[in-house]
Design a protein around this ligand. Structure first.
Ligand SMILES: [Zn+2]
Length: 498
């Protein structure tokens, strides 16, 4: 086993899947992975992928502390130079090998001598060596910025390096340097570097860059998310491109440093994920920007293969609950009315569903009626505003505590995604009530919904996991594979996703 393991991860480039047809729209989905046995090999693999024919310049940075080099990507883009990691005190073997293969004329060390030692360059290195480094990350960022003349700059927090790395491809795309600030005070070196700039893009929440600092910046525009994952999604939204997305762990900044340079070179996005799942805000941007090409950075010990299926089917796997909001702006790509029997006759947006769920829901309903099960659709899509009305009605009527058990705060309802449909039957007076579970229709749904890619989203006795009381009528589309697994293992969607 050990031998097998070694063999499988020692290949630097592992192509794990390519060109899978998604749904009936035949959009090309591609997924590959760049990884090595350690951070230096991964960094070399990234370089190999982006700079097959060598590079005139190589940027060499500390592979143990990327605080000074996190701003390197715009310079990397400008000089068409890969960013290689090395042990800060001696040149790492994989790095040396890659430098030899790139055959650069110039090597630029980014960081002060305390950050990356002169010792990384020895006699065997023939290239000219240049250092861009100050006494700390703020000064180093300012010195790197000097190399990228621009009227604009990105300003990010020196204490939130995930944001710095996350925004680097955006800065590179727009030929803007990234300058660093402390959360509550603008360092003098940064202030000086901002002289002559006409506008700035500020990254991160006020915790990272306070309003006090923001006020001192020229024409600041803030981009932020609720966490690093969301921030990377917001940046991708801003990039607006459908080029490749580079998927990096949100747990460790190291791999992102070389990946940001590759993303910058190719104009791609940098998206942060958890080890085993993709957060809702990232799934939303994948869906709305129709991102279909992904390169996962790092081995399966860092990002599990499971993430691949979530990238491919972001909507099926979209987790929305009390803790995870889909947000005010989320709209399903295409809402369609399924051709099924409804429990009401009037026209209403609640007849609609996400088009990807529709054929499956129609098949489910057809199968039910074939079994002489009188199933009616009651409530599908609900806009953010409609959910707000509904929630406030329950709150007024029953008080906040009870309202939150039976209804979702706006932005946290699955109905907003168009992936959920409440079903009912004449046997319960077309109501949405727990006793539906005891009816012929309720029993049929519980036994068969998974065959069509639907789950009973809020099962009995799982309120502590889902946050909701038992709802035998609320069906959620998750795709057939996920539904079968959730059904057979008798787990909640929360458990399945994470
Ligand atoms: Zn519902």
């Amino acid at each position: 086993m050990k031998h097998l393991f070694k063999l499988s991860i020692s290949s630097l480039l592992v192509l794990i899947a390519a060109m899978v047809v998604v749904g009936n729209t035949a959009s090309a989905y591609s997924l590959d992975r760049l990884s090595g046995n350690n951070r230096y090999e991964t960094s070399a693999a990234i370089s190999k992928k982006g700079w097959k024919d060598g590079a005139k310049t190589v940027i060499l940075v500390n592979g143990k502390d990327v605080a000074e080099a996190a701003v390197a990507a715009p310079l990397s883009k400008k000089l068409n130079a890969p960013v290689l990691l090395t042990n800060p005190n001696s040149l790492s073997a994989a790095t040396r090998k890659e430098i030899n293969s790139l055959n650069p004329k110039t090597i630029i060390l980014i960081g002060g001598k305390k950050n990356i030692s002169d010792k990384v360059i020895d006699k065997k290195i023939k290239a000219k060596v240049k250092r861009i480094g100050g006494k700390d990350r703020y000064e180093t960022a300012a010195l790197v910025a000097k190399e990228i003349p621009s009227k604009q700059a990105v300003v990010a927090s020196g204490e939130y390096l995930f944001d710095v790395l996350g925004v680097a491809p955006y800065a590179a795309k727009n030929n803007m340097p990234v300058l660093l600030t402390k959360p509550n005070s603008l360092p003098a070196v940064t202030k000086k570097a901002l002289k002559g700039k006409s506008s700035t893009v500020v990254i991160g929440r006020t915790k990272a860059v306070s309003d006090k600092v923001k006020k001192q910046l020229p024409k600041p525009k803030r981009i932020s998310g609720s966490d690093r994952y969301d921030t990377s999604a917001q940046i991708a939204k801003l990039m607006g491109n459908k080029k490749k997305s580079y998927v990096v762990t949100g747990k460790n900044k190291i791999d992102a440093t070389s990946a940001a340079a590759l993303a910058a070179k190719n104009g791609g996005n940098l998206l942060y994920v958890e080890k085993t799942y993709v957060s809702t805000s990232v799934k939303v941007v994948i869906d709305t920007n129709k991102l279909t090409q992904f390169t996962v950075i790092g081995g399966t010990n860092i990002i599990d293969n499971k993430v691949g299926s979530e990238l491919k089917q972001p909507i099926e796997h979209l987790l929305v609950n009390k803790k995870v909001a889909v947000g005010k702006d989320y709209k399903a790509a295409k809402l369609v009315e399924p051709k099924v029997k409804f429990a009401f006759s009037y026209n209403d947006p609640k007849r609609l569903m996400d088009s990807r769920a529709v054929p499956n829901f129609e098949a489910l309903m057809k199968a039910a009626w074939k079994d002489n099960v009188k199933l009616y659709a009651q409530s599908g899509y609900r806009s953010y505003d409609r959910q707000a009305e509904l929630y406030n009605y329950y709150k007024r009527t029953y008080g906040e505590k009870y309202a939150s058990r039976i209804s979702a705060k706006p932005g946290t309802s699955e109905h907003q995604t168009g992936l959920a449909m409440d079903v009912t039957s004449p046997s319960v007076g077309y109501d949405l009530v727990e006793k539906f579970a005891k009816t012929k229709e309720g029993k049929w749904v519980a036994k068969n919904a998974h065959k069509y890619g639907f789950i009973i989203r809020y099962p009995k006795g799982k309120e502590n996991e889902t946050g909701y009381a038992y709802e035998p009528w609320h069906l959620r589309y998750v795709g057939k594979d996920a539904a079968k697994e959730i059904y057979s293992k008798n787990i909640t969607f929360e458990k399945y996703v994470k």
